[in-house]
Design a protein around this ligand. Structure first.
Ligand code: ZN
Ligand code: MN
Length: 436
């Protein structure tokens, strides 16, 4: 049986204000219902307006995912009933999302996952189940209602659970590199859904099960494993797998049926009449393109090839754009006076990039340490003397015009000094003796 998996990833954008009003978007840990207004409370007559910063952020993401950007895009109403959705519909995008038809490479492979679409919508409120005066109640906190939410939908291109997890971690890293979200799973700013089915051919079967609202990579991994087992067992017995939405209970380590999956028509999509379509010019898109930093895959290649770092060092330093840039700046400032490996080493093993707030300060410190450890002029001279005596052949070679003998002698001196000499100084000392 072949596994077939597709993903839907929701990511809250790190904008100042919400998607369709000017309430603050940063809702985590705030006093319930302290950041609301008639628009995000869905009160009758309130008029939403689109947040430009959110549109710019989703387009950057779309460009990084090699999507086509729709220069004419619009919002639509997606209807469903749930207590955390006061309007009875979510403002989302239906047939004209900002970005579509992209692809993203799974790191460490040449495999591309096709990106079907990337659209912009609003987040919902949050239900809080609590006990008030001895009664079990469900309360609604609307601070999250209307926060800008991006949804990335992939084609069902995954054939293994491992690939899914590697891909998702890379998406998280991408979003952080772009600076458009902290993509923190624990805070719920990145949430995962997977569609999965089993097939005995390469064709898509006539059903899929949707695993909803999973908030950690590990839980998704477990939920997928368990769900594939459940489906395989049913199919083996000749039964049909019901198309539905299932949740995952990490305590029982089981998936459970939540509801039969809505069909598209159940949502009764129609264009949002209160928000005009969004028109973006190619010029604006090009400008956003220039704001995209060098991304993780390119950074990894560079750290390996240009800075000659080991896989482990590359992995750690490129995991965080600020850190990667700190390293590169330090290497530039050190200008060959400190080996790149040394800079990487003090950042990773001594966390000196946390101690020194700028690369310049770190480099200054390392140069000072270097100087203290550097062999004195007298020691260099004495070592040169010793090496010349022990290597008369090389001395003769040099005198008969074989200039490469000099490199060998520098190497010998440096070796005797256990690397504490400055190559330029050794060379000078050697030449002044040899040319006498
Ligand atoms: Zn509001
Ligand atoms: Mn959605």
């Amino acid at each position: 049986m072949n596994k077939i998996i597709g993903l839907e990833i929701h990511i809250e954008l790190a904008t100042e204000s919400k998607m369709f009003c000017s309430c603050p978007a940063d809702h985590f840990g705030k006093k319930p219902n302290s950041q609301t207004c008639p628009i995000c409370l869905g009160l009758p007559g309130a008029l939403p307006f689109a947040n430009q910063a959110a549109v710019e952020k989703i387009i950057k993401l779309g460009l990084a995912l090699e999507c086509e950007i729709n220069t004419f895009s619009k919002f639509d109403r997606k209807h469903y009933f749930y207590p955390d959705l006061p309007k009875g519909y979510q403002i989302s995008q239906y047939d004209l999302p900002f970005c579509q038809n992209g692809k993203f490479t799974v790191p460490g492979t040449k495999k591309d996952i096709r990106i079907k679409r990337v659209h912009l919508e609003e987040d919902t409120g949050k239900l809080v189940h609590a006990k008030v005066e001895g009664r079990e109640v469900s309360l609604v906190d609307f601070n999250r209602s209307g926060v800008a939410l991006v949804e990335i939908v992939t084609e069902p291109d995954f054939k293994s659970i491992e690939t899914v997890i590697v891909f998702l971690k890379e998406i998280q890293l991408l979003v952080r590199y772009l600076g458009i979200s902290d993509a923190d799973m624990e805070k719920g700013s990145m949430r995962l859904e997977a569609n999965l089915s089993l097939s005995d051919s390469q064709k898509l079967p006539d059903y899929k099960v949707e695993l909803k609202n999973i908030n950690s990579f590990r839980f998704l991994e477990k939920a997928l494993q368990i769900e594939f087992k459940r489906q395989a067992k049913l199919l083996k017995m000749g039964k049909k797998v019901v198309q539905e939405t299932r949740g995952y209970n990490e305590k029982t380590d089981k998936t459970f049926s939540q509801r039969s999956k809505e069909e598209e028509e159940d949502y009764r999509y129609f264009p949002e009449p209160d928000i005009p379509p969004v028109v973006i010019t190619q010029e604006e898109i090009n400008k956003l393109k220039t704001q995209i930093p060098e991304l993780a895959p390119a950074k990894r290649r560079k750290f390996e090839k240009k800075y000659k770092l080991s896989g482990h060092f590359v992995q750690i330093l490129t995991q965080d754009l600020a850190r990667a840039e700190f390293f590169e700046e330090a290497v530039k400032l050190a200008a060959d006076q400190i080996p790149t490996k040394k800079i990487a080493d003090v950042m990773i093993n001594q966390k000196l990039d946390e101690e020194f707030e700028t690369p310049a300060k770190l480099v200054k410190k390392l140069l000072l340490v270097n100087r203290r450890e550097t062999a004195s002029e007298d020691l260099v001279k004495a070592t040169v003397e010793k090496v010349l005596q022990e290597n008369s052949q090389a001395v003769e070679d040099f005198k008969s015009g074989k200039t490469q003998a000099l490199g060998f002698l520098i190497g010998q001196v440096q070796r005797t000094l256990k690397g504490r000499g400055v190559p330029q100084e050794i060379k000078k000392a050697l030449l002044s003796r040899l040319e006498k």
